[in-house]
Write a protein that binds this ligand. Structure first.
Ligand SMILES: C[S@@+](CC[C@H](N)C(=O)[O-])C[C@H]1O[C@@H](n2cnc3c(N)ncnc32)[C@H](O)[C@@H]1O
Length: 446
């Protein structure tokens, strides 16, 4: 890009955002952040991905911020510290900050953990503007080809790809890597992290593929509709400018500190210290691995550097999928789980993967430990809100909320209520019509 074009892009971002621009970008209270949303948004994430901060990266499975407000406001004990051991897009942590509560979040995926931390951090806006200017200028003047980065990526990623298909055109990837290298040279790690995750929000759009809950597929006629490499730096500058507006508008929210831990909550949760409430949604036992959904961001931004790293990340996730070989813990015993596992073993020949019964058993072993730790961390009467979803294999229904309710007493928790949350379709292989339930289970410490 020429220097003139570059200046035209960045000139608009040198000044602090004006009052008029800040008006629609949030504010200091929870109501200002979620403005215009209807109260019935509770059970879906309807429109939540359009909220300030949440629009930095689309996260389909996020729950609505109103769920956190409901949990905090109805808690029998005052909530000063709220934990979510499955952070995802950071809904609980962000909502907690707006509600005046200290958030604690654990997320295993390093890109998502950085995304959460970047949303929750405090910034000096003039420093962000200078960094944006510096990074875009350096990237647009750089002549680096990114070949050292490309060598570390899977062959399917960069043109010429494999079997005449590739996720990123070479010229587009080179622009992304120039930005990435300029970002890595920033001296303030919090600023670099923010810029990196905002670049992450654009990665799928720069690729020749689309990503949905069902995985990744090439855009139709992608070879004719290629991404223009000249758009990469301007789009990045726009995304950062938009985020700076939101950061400025929400800079006075009641809590601006947070604890964000990157790693496996099965190992980390017990160490987070006393908390007053838990609100979370663990992955469902439906063989879906979030590592797949964020694969492009993880590799293109340098979070993953080898296939071994990829496998090790998959092994640190909850036992909710069979995407990687691993040892599965033994299933705990409950009436409903025993019945489901017996039924699964009876239809073993019809299952698309022989490890599914072991995975389902291990899933509940993981959640049993999580319930035990929750009881240790909460005060008497303190609540844990879990949003969970059922799954189904070869017509065997795995009733997650009921099984958790059976595990709760021995873990030191009482079930206050189980409420239907929303309904999910079973997989297309199983007709795609029958609805599986998704439930909110509220536990309290006995
Ligand atoms: C259903 S999503 C959570 C969505 C979140 N409630 C929100 O509103 O964005 C589950 C998350 O758990 C994370 N996860 C899976 N296994 C984990 C583990 N062992 N420790 C921590 N996080 C894990 C996944 O990466 C995923 O982001």
């Amino acid at each position: 890009m020429s220097t003139t074009a570059f200046d035209a892009i960045t000139t608009g971002y040198r000044r602090l955002p004006s009052r008029a621009i800040l008006k629609d970008a949030g504010g200091s209270s929870f109501a200002e952040w979620t403005s215009g949303r209807s109260a019935d948004a509770l059970s879906t994430n309807a429109g939540a991905d359009a909220l300030p901060f949440q629009r930095w990266h689309r996260f389909k499975e996020a729950f609505s911020p109103e769920l956190i407000a409901d949990a905090v406001r109805s808690s029998p004990v005052p909530v000063r510290r709220l934990a979510d051991p499955f952070g995802g897009s950071g809904t609980s942590a962000l909502a907690a900050q707006f509600l005046g509560v200290q958030p604690v979040t654990i997320e295993v995926n390093p890109f998502l953990a950085d995304l959460i931390a970047a949303k929750l951090a405090n910034y000096r806006v003039p420093a962000l503007l200078t960094a944006l200017s510096r990074v875009t200028r350096k990237a647009s003047r750089s002549r680096r080809s990114g070949s050292s980065i490309i060598r570390m990526l899977p062959d399917t990623f960069i043109e010429p790809g494999v079997k005449d298909r590739w996720l990123f055109d070479l010229s587009v990837a080179a622009e992304v890597f120039r930005l990435r290298q300029a970002i890595e040279e920033e001296s303030d790690p919090a600023v670099a992290r923010l810029l990196r995750v905002l670049l992450g929000g654009l990665i799928v759009g720069f690729s020749n593929a689309v990503v949905s809950g069902k995985g990744r597929r090439y855009r139709s006629s992608w070879k004719e509709r290629r991404v223009d490499p000249k758009c990469v730096i301007p789009m990045f500058a726009n995304a950062v400018a938009g985020a700076i507006v939101e950061i400025t508008a929400c800079a006075m929210r009641p809590v601006r500190t947070a604890t964000v831990l990157q790693g496996d909550s099965r190992a980390l949760f017990a160490g987070v210290g006393p908390i007053d409430q838990i609100v979370c949604s663990p992955p469902y036992p439906n063989s879906f691995d979030y590592t797949d959904v964020y694969n492009m961001e993880l590799w293109m931004l340098g979070y993953l550097k080898s296939s071994r790293g990829n496998a090790s990340l998959r092994r640190s996730t909850l036992s909710s999928h069979v995407q990687v070989s691993r040892d599965f813990d033994q299933a705990p015993r409950t009436r409903t789980l025993d019945k489901a596992l017996r039924a699964l073993n009876q239809v073993a020949d019809e299952l698309w993967d022989a490890r599914i019964p072991a995975m389902v058993g291990a899933y509940f072993s993981d959640l049993q430990k999580l319930l035990q730790v929750s009881a240790q961390l909460l005060p008497p009467k303190g609540q844990a809100w879990f949003v969970v979803g059922d799954s189904q294999y070869a017509n065997v229904h795995v009733q997650v909320a009921n099984i958790l309710a059976e595990l709760a007493p021995a873990a030191g928790l009482r079930v206050e209520r189980i409420a239907p949350f929303r309904s999910m379709r079973v997989s297309p292989q199983q007709s795609g019509r029958h609805m599986l339930s998704e439930d909110l289970v509220v536990f309290s410490r006995t």
